[in-house]
Design a protein around this ligand. Structure first.
Ligand SMILES: NC(=O)c1ccc[n+]([C@@H]2O[C@H](COP(=O)([O-])OP(=O)(O)OC[C@H]3O[C@@H](n4cnc5c(N)ncnc54)[C@H](O)[C@@H]3O)[C@@H](O)[C@H]2O)c1
Length: 268
């Protein structure tokens, strides 16, 4: 018989980056409901502190840490602070990310945009995983989940009047997210010797602050809903079940996996 207690996170210590809103907030709240203390890492202080209050209202410890995850020194300090404040680190959801700007590939600023998106969406995940593993290796336990995207599997079709509109926002983003998936697999192979599990989630079209432009543009919404078998966008909360599985002991035989939660978008 399945032992559902394997999904519980009682007294586990967790951090979630990009948890001021959207998918990260839903993940952090779900972990707290499952029994974990959760540190909220972001650059949006007001929203981050609101998430902290919601977690405390659930009876769990929480703290807000202001950290730019694309800066390796800030990441080192952030992970130390999480360990000091919560008293340990068992779980990390490296989720912070940006979509980038839709500037054309031939624009003078395309190279700067490329570096910016790769720094925030890919390099940051390496910095976070490395620092988190430093604390997890001695305790021989860790559950790391990285947020990739279905854009790491496919290149999204975003066009208006037959003209592609995403530019660098898609070129850099899709490359970064494919990198997150492969980084996850490489780290899973490297870290399982220390009993540290590393998996990724790949959301599809999800309603969050990042996708506000989609909500505000009926033409984009129409493309997304038509090209997704479920024919609607997802809610951030619909990602939380997958995260809970991957950060709990229910996933004791799963590492290096990328969990697509995309309403079937990549099926077609
Ligand atoms: N919404 C979607 O459709 C979708 C689809 C696939 C993947 N994703 C990924 O999910 C993750 C969460 O995105 P979301 O949709 O919830 O959007 P969001 O904008 O609500 O969340 C991203 C969070 O990351 C934070 N952040 C950005 N740069 C940061 C930095 N340098 N340091 C620290 N924090 C930083 C932001 O302040 C924000 O709170 C991202 O990695 C995104 O790429 C989102």
């Amino acid at each position: 018989m399945t032992d559902l207690s394997r999904f519980e996170l009682t007294n586990r210590k967790a951090l979630v980056t990009g948890a001021a809103g959207g998918i990260g907030k839903a993940s952090a709240l779900a972990m707290a409901k499952a029994g974990a203390d959760v540190a909220i890492i972001d650059l949006k202080e007001k929203m981050g502190r609101e998430t902290v209050e919601e977690i405390r209202a659930l009876g769990r410890k929480s703290t807000y840490i202001h950290c730019d995850v694309s800066d390796p020194e800030q990441v080192t300090e952030m992970v130390k602070e999480v360990v000091g404040t919560l008293g340990g680190l068992h779980i990390a959801h490296n989720n912070a990310g940006i979509a980038g700007d839709p500037i054309p590939l031939m624009d003078d600023s395309a190279v700067d945009e490329w570096k910016k998106v790769l720094n925030v969406d890919l390099f940051s995940v390496f910095y976070c995983c490395r620092e988190e593993a430093k604390h997890m290796i001695p305790q021989r336990y860790g559950k790391i989940v990285n947020t990739a995207s279905m854009s790491g599997t496919i290149v999204n079709c975003m066009e208006m009047d037959g003209v592609p509109v995403a530019g660098m926002a898609m070129i850099a983003y899709t490359t970064a997210k494919a990198g997150v998936k492969q980084l996850t697999k490489a780290l899973a192979a490297e870290l399982i010797q220390h009993n540290i599990y590393v998996n990724s989630i790949s959301p599809g079209y999800i309603i969050t602050p990042m996708t506000q432009i989609i909500q505000d543009t009926p033409e984009f919404l129409e493309v997304e809903n038509r090209t997704t078998p479920i024919h609607r966008q997802g809610e951030a909360e619909e990602m939380a079940g997958g995260v809970l599985y991957l950060v709990s002991d229910a996933s004791s035989y799963t590492t290096g996996h990328d969990l697509l939660m995309d309403g079937g978008h990549t099926v077609w």
